[in-house]
Unconditional design. Structure first.
Length: 475
């Protein structure tokens, strides 16, 4: 199945909870889509508990996948499809217009969710609140935010834990900055339900909510906070807040804490990218030397470089590459090219560099940055040639150093690990297919000049040794 960066699935509400829909969702999740939005058409339901069951069921399907997955209910966001651009629209049996239609044959006896009509209703409260760290926004956060937005008709205050209160958190160096967390939460809320007024409050001292609120939405592990907050509000002659307690989404692998948490995501980022907390903070500092837009680093770059199909093309590669940049004339251009040159990387497609360039240009537009030289540098990583005659001398010199840095793994003692990682990235190929294509690539390396590597002899030796190993494979 072809990969699409952003995928919209239109689905009739009547299909919710049935096996075929679940299979379809997982089918697309397995292709490592960057983002999937499930837009549920026709949701004539009233009670929050019903929505909670639906959200838990659907988000539960994607616990083991890193794809950004969002559930939207059309009844609260009629204009959603007109506001957002998607690379592909799949219509699962609705009367809305999509690119193509897949007719669902629903077996009503399979996985049917029993909806119990009780409890609070949608839009029952004018003003509500919730709170959390909202670090590396995950599906638990998305359910909490969704239910909060469904509970209120006018206003939602979201308390986001300040960095001061996070000093004792595990791997705190990987925690996103306050402003990044606010932006991620805001983008999700505006996509889910744009009619609700949002207010963000930085939680520096957890001393209770003092505004005029009617409901507090929280999880089971924080339900005692409702009584604590109401005691504080009573002392200040404020109204008592109702509490809505949602369930907890369990961790898929049942290791460590039973629930999904931001700590797990920080651990995954560290492990996937083979970066210590200190090295990650060094990389963050390198980013801040060229841009003060931490959201793009902490959310966009980190998410892309931590994707499951990557083993070599991770933030570790970016970190190592930055260490090789000596004698650069325009360091800002070269660093930006380094950060973005592999941001899109799918071994099954052949236009990763072009797509990486487009994503850089999106970032540059937001920051009003000139894109010409950086775009050239990113695109040249496809051929690794320096024959760009119109480049000024200083930029041409920078390009050579930049391309050498990208290839510096060839002369490294870590070359055997690199070779293993590349094989993992191309695990979709059979041993015979990989052997043939990889030898062809390596022989092309040997036939070309490997520019100005400090130890070209070592690089050629490493390459030849890998060729010898591959030729001896018995497949």
């Amino acid at each position: 199945m072809k990969h699409h960066a952003k995928l919209l699935i239109l689905c009739s509400f009547n299909s919710i909870g049935y096996q075929l829909l679940d299979q379809k969702i997982e089918e697309y999740l397995k292709t490592n889509q960057e983002e999937i939005v499930l837009y549920l058409v026709g949701t004539p339901i009233t009670y929050l508990k019903i929505y909670e069951q639906i959200l838990f069921h659907l988000y539960g399907r994607i616990k083991q996948y890193p794809t950004k997955f969002i559930v939207i209910f059309d009844i609260f966001n009629k204009e959603f499809r007109n506001k957002y651009q998607f690379d592909l629209v799949i219509n699962l049996g609705t009367n809305l217009q999509g690119d193509f239609n897949i007719q669902l044959k629903i077996n009503h006896e399979i996985q049917k969710i029993q909806f119990k009509q009780e409890g609070y209703t949608v839009n029952q409260f004018k003003r509500g609140a919730n709170s959390g760290t909202f670090d590396h926004l995950h599906i638990g956060h998305k359910v909490l935010l969704s239910l909060s937005l469904l509970a209120v008709s006018q206003h939602l205050t979201i308390g986001i834990t300040s960095e001061i209160l996070l000093q004792k958190k595990k791997l705190r160096g990987f925690i996103q900055s306050y402003n990044t967390r606010v932006r991620c939460v805001k983008e999700f809320c505006q996509m889910f339900r744009p009619d609700i007024e949002l207010q963000f409050s930085e939680l520096i001292d957890p001393n209770g909510l003092k505004g005029q609120y009617e409901i507090l939405i929280t999880t089971q592990d924080c339900q005692n906070s409702i009584e604590y907050i109401n005691n504080l509000r009573k002392q200040e002659s404020l109204n008592e807040i109702n509490g809505y307690i949602m369930g907890i989404i369990e961790n898929q692998n049942h290791q460590g804490d039973g629930k999904i948490s931001s700590t797990q995501f920080r651990e995954q980022i560290s492990q996937k990218n083979r970066l210590t907390e200190y090295e990650y903070l060094e990389l963050r500092t390198e980013w801040l030397s060229v841009s003060n837009n931490l959201y793009w680093f902490e959310s966009i770059l980190v998410d892309y470089y931590s994707q499951p199909q990557r083993y070599y093309h991770t933030l570790r590669h970016i970190y190592d590459m930055l260490k090789q940049l000596k004698g650069i004339k325009n360091i800002t251009n070269v660093k930006l090219a380094t950060f973005f040159h592999d941001i899109i990387y799918y071994p099954k497609i052949h236009d990763n560099e072009e797509k990486s360039c487009l994503l850089f240009q999106q970032f540059a537009k937001e920051g009003n940055i000139d894109t010409e030289i950086v775009s050239i540098f990113i695109l040249q990583t496809k051929s690794h040639q320096t024959d760009v005659p119109f480049l000024p001398e200083d930029d041409l010199s920078d390009l050579m150093i930049y391309l050498d840095a990208d290839m510096s793994i060839l002369e490294s003692d870590a070359y055997p690990i690199y070779a293993q990682d590349i094989r993992k990235e191309y695990s979709h190929l059979s041993d015979q297919e990989y052997k043939t294509s990889r030898i062809a690539v390596l022989q092309k390396f040997l036939q070309s000049k490997i520019f100005n590597l400090r130890n070209e002899e070592k690089a050629r030796k490493n390459i030849q040794e890998e060729i010898d190993i591959l030729q001896n494979w018995v497949v």
